[in-house]
Structure formats: structure tokens, C-alpha cells
Design a protein around this ligand. Structure first.
Ligand SMILES: NC(=O)c1ccc[n+]([C@@H]2O[C@H](COP(=O)([O-])OP(=O)(O)OC[C@H]3O[C@@H](n4cnc5c(N)ncnc54)[C@H](OP(=O)(O)O)[C@@H]3O)[C@@H](O)[C@H]2O)c1
Length: 428
């Protein structure tokens, strides 16, 4: 049996896992696809670097073009990361008729439509299961498992770093800054954590999930993004008192054919299944019109979980090769994109206000909500021992974002409100 030859771009955390699985599971893999799978060439940045696995040095090159232009290679696995140069390598590989498996959410969120269009033109596969939620097979689930249903809502904890930080803040009453430095020491957060903590990484993944779930081309700029860097331990304590857990949630939902996609710290009712996803774990909750609630949970990153998704994609490519059907299964978004306006986006809100502690304040505040048609689910006032001020916690019913913005704008001109301390979306 002629072996299937694979070229690997990158031999870091994920690339090493791919080699381990391809070599360690060779018998299972070749029995599934009907040929041996061989990793033929590997591009790395530094040829001298110590590796944790033994690799035949003749396979290594520091020039990705040596891999892409090798006529023997059928499939390229891209696990080197990056956007600009990497995109060119992938496009050239597709031009040469090679199939692609990638874990690169940055690339797929920003240039996925161009890459998928090229793949279709060249009748090649491009699979990217590992780009969202590492080891959870969520992309295949959205494409195949939900092919008969209409997805109405996707909610994801798709960034392990921020879930680790929020979980620790909740369980230990620690501050954001303290937990972030612990996460950096443990290697869960990068030295520049911006992409994770400001929600950009999650937004890229939500753009990918939104595109697949709603069959329309969701771009990164369609996702409204707010990170967790302003979440205080006080916010989390108040959330817990009211029966909520704070989570950085990606939320993509639709009504009729209108969509909204966002990433923001959200107070999730503690009875909702996604509220119990702790630490670095990821989960994606999908609500289908016919099936109702489903949830997919697991490791969102790491060498072996991520590599297992990549090798599953590789198996799919090779099965397609055997059947001669590569490039036919690509999900090409076909629906016209209609994004909801601020008037049409509606959800519950939590608002924490610091106010003057005197008679009549509550009445003035509730009047503003009434004026802008925002109805309230609960109002709790607590005296603040350190100040002459009091704190008021308000949870609204579903309110349009436009009306909520008007309420908050109006608060700026109200003398009795000394500070709007926090505003969060509420789910569940
Ligand atoms: N780590 C995870 O858990 C995880 C989870 C999901 C998705 N991903 C995605 O998977 C990809 C890889 O992540 P990773 O954590 O494995 O990264 P990594 O550990 O930093 O490894 C990157 C690899 O690419 C090589 N490389 C970088 N630039 C190169 C260039 N210009 N030419 C040739 N080789 C180059 C590096 O070579 P050297 O070894 O010589 O430095 C290294 O082997 C990224 O897109 C990431 O977002 C990662």
C-alpha cells in the first residue's frame, strides 16, 4: 500500500503531539484509512533546538517551502502559527493541490473565506477542527451533527486562560491581578496576555463558530468584544450572592435570520450547565431548534488534546482521498449576513451603582429605567460601611442594548449616582 505522505509546518507543542499520535497510533490509523501515514518532512524555525521526541534530522528543514514544494507530500499540517507568511504558504500549498489541516484560529478567523475559496477552486480539503476549543470536536459537530437542525444559539467558553482566571477569582476570592500573575507562572497565560484577557482570542473562535453555525460569513469585526481585565473580585462576589458565576462567554445567537455575536464577561445562572465549567476547560453550548440544548466539554488546548483533533482531520482528508471526494464537503457560507442592530439586541443586565445614601434615590433611579422602557427583575440596596454612599444592585429583564445605553447615559447627569461601578450581561 502506497503510504500517505504528510508535511508538518511546526514542531512545537502541537506539532510534537501530532508526531506522537501518528507514530503511536499507526496501526489504528492505517487500518482506518487503508494506507500507512508517514510524516515525510518537518519545517521548524531552529534546526538546533533540543526536541522532546526523537526525529530523523534529515526530515527537518528551516524552510517551509521545502515542505510545501515537495511533490511527494499529499497533506500539509500547519501548526507553526502566525498569519501573514503562513497564509502565503497555505495558499501556495493549495495551488500545488495539497490538502491542509491547521490549528490556526487567527488565520482562519481573518482569512478563512479566502483560503476556503482557494481550496474549493483546487478541489482540496482544508480542515481546522483544532482551531476552536482544542480537543473538543465542535467544528465537525456543527457541520455534520447539526446538518439537519437550525442552530439558534451558540455559547462558548472557548478561552482556557480567562476561564482559569475567573474560576480562581470566584473560588478563592482573589484579585484579577494576583490570579493573572499566577496563571503566567503556571504557563496558562502568556507574558503578554492581551489577546486572551481582552477577549480577542475568543472573538476569533466565535467568528469561526458563527460562520459554521449560521452558514453565513461572520467576520471578526462583526463580533463585539469586551475582555475580563476590569472584572473585580467584588463583582464576582455579588454575582455569587445572586446565584451567578462570572464567565467570559462568546455568544452567537439568531432570531429569524438576524444575528448577533459577542464576547463579554457574563453572569451565568449557576444552574446553567456552562456555569459549572471550571479552570482551563472549554465548553460549547449549542441550542438547536429541533434538538434543544446540547453541550460539548473538554480540554481546550494542550499538546495531546489539540493533536488528536488534528490527526482526526488528517484521517478525514485521507478517507476523502481514497474516495476521490476532496474539496466537496467544504462549508461555504451561503446566507446573506444580517446583523442585529442595538435596538434588536436584547438581554438581561446586571448593574452595580454607587449612590448617595439618602431618601428618594431609588425612586429617581427606577424612574430612569421606566422612562427608557427597561423593566427590572430585582433591586437590592446595601449600605456601604466605608462610605456615606450606598450600593444598589439591579438586574433587568431583557432590555435592548440601545435602551440600556440610554439609561447609562442618563445616569451620567444624575447627581445622586456617584458611579456606575459595573454593567454585565446576564444569561440563564
Ligand atoms: N498550544 C496549544 O494548546 C494550541 C491549541 C489550539 C491551537 N493551537 C494553535 O496551534 C499552532 C501552534 O501552536 P504551538 O503551541 O504548537 O506553537 P509553538 O509551540 O510555538 O510551536 C511553533 C512551531 O512552529 C515553528 N515555527 C515558527 N515559525 C516558523 C517559521 N517561520 N518557519 C518554520 N517553522 C516555524 C517553531 O519552530 P522551533 O521549534 O524551531 O521554534 C515551532 O516548532 C498555533 O496556530 C496555535 O494557535 C495551539
Amino acid at each position: 500500500m502506497k503510504p500517505i505522505k504528510v508535511g508538518l509546518l511546526g514542531l512545537g507543542t502541537v506539532g510534537t503531539g501530532v508526531v506522537r499520535i501518528v507514530e503511536g497510533h499507526q496501526e489504528d490509523l492505517s487500518s482506518q484509512v487503508g494506507s500507512p501515514i508517514v510524516i515525510e518532512r518537518i519545517a521548524v524555525k531552529s534546526l538546533d533546538k533540543q526536541r522532546t521526541i526523537s526525529i530523523d534530522s534529515s526530515k527537518l528543514t528551516d524552510n517551509p517551502l521545502d515542505v510545501i514544494r515537495d511533490p511527494e507530500i499529499d497533506v500539509i499540517i500547519e501548526v507553526m502559527g502566525g498569519i501573514t507568511g503562513t497564509k502565503e504558504y497555505i495558499l501556495e500549498a493549495l495551488d500545488r493541490g495539497k490538502h491542509i489541516v491547521t490549528a490556526n484560529k487567527d488565520l482562519m478567523a481573518l482569512h478563512g473565506s479566502e483560503i476556503l475559496a482557494k481550496a474549493q477552486e483546487k478541489q482540496c480539503d482544508v480542515f481546522y477542527e483544532a482551531s476552536v476549543a482544542g480537543g473538543i470536536p465542535i467544528i465537525r459537530t456543527l457541520i455534520e451533527g447539526f446538518s439537519s437542525d437550525r442552530i439558534m444559539k451558540i455559547m462558548g467558553i472557548v478561552n482556557g486562560t480567562t476561564n482559569f482566571i475567573l474560576t480562581k477569582m470566584s473560588q478563592e476570592g482573589a484579585s484579577y491581578e494576583a490570579v493573572l500573575s499566577e496563571a503566567q507562572e503556571l504557563g496558562y497565560a502568556e507574558s503578554d496576555p492581551t489577546s486572551d484577557v481582552e477577549g480577542l482570542d475568543a472573538a476569533r473562535k466565535m467568528a469561526i463558530l458563527g460562520t459554521l453555525g449560521f452558514r453565513t460569513n461572520v467576520e471578526l469585526e462583526d463580533v463585539s468584544v469586551q475582555g475580563i481585565s476590569n472584572v473585580t473580585k467584588e463583582d464576582i462576589q455579588y454575582a455569587k450572592q445572586l446565584g451567578y458565576e462570572m464567565k467570559l462567554l462568546g455568544i452567537a445567537d439568531r432570531q429569524d435570520d438576524q444575528l448577533s455575536i459577542s464576547v463579554q464577561p457574563t453572569m451565568v445562572k449557576n444552574t446553567h450547565p456552562i456555569a459549572s465549567v471550571h479552570g482551563v476547560f472549554n465548553a460549547v453550548y449549542v441550542y438547536g431548534e429541533a434538538v434543544g440544548e446540547t453541550m460539548f466539554y473538554g480540554a481546550g488546548a494542550g499538546e495531546m488534546p489539540t493533536a488528536t483533533s488534528i490527526v482526526a482531520d488528517l484521517v478525514a482528508v485521507v478517507k476523502n482521498l481514497k474516495l476521490g471526494v476532496n474539496g466537496l464537503k467544504a462549508i461555504v457560507p451561503y446566507k446573506l449576513k444580517k446583523l442585529k442592530t442595538e435596538e434588536e439586541i436584547a438581554f438581561k443586565n446586571f448593574i452595580l451603582l454607587q449612590v448617595a445614601d439618602k431618601a428618594g434615590v431609588l425612586a429617581q433611579i427606577t424612574q430612569v429605567f421606566a422612562e427608557f422602557d427597561v423593566s427590572l427583575a430585582s433591586v437590592v440596596q446595601t449600605p456601604n460601611e466605608q462610605h456615606t454612599d450606598a450600593e444598589i444592585i439591579i438586574v433587568t429583564h431583557d432590555a435592548s442594548q440601545a435602551n440600556m445605553n440610554k439609561v447609562l447615559k442618563h445616569f451620567e447627569g444624575l447627581d445622586v449616582i456617584h458611579r456606575v461601578k459595573s454593567v454585565y450581561r446576564v444569561e440563564g
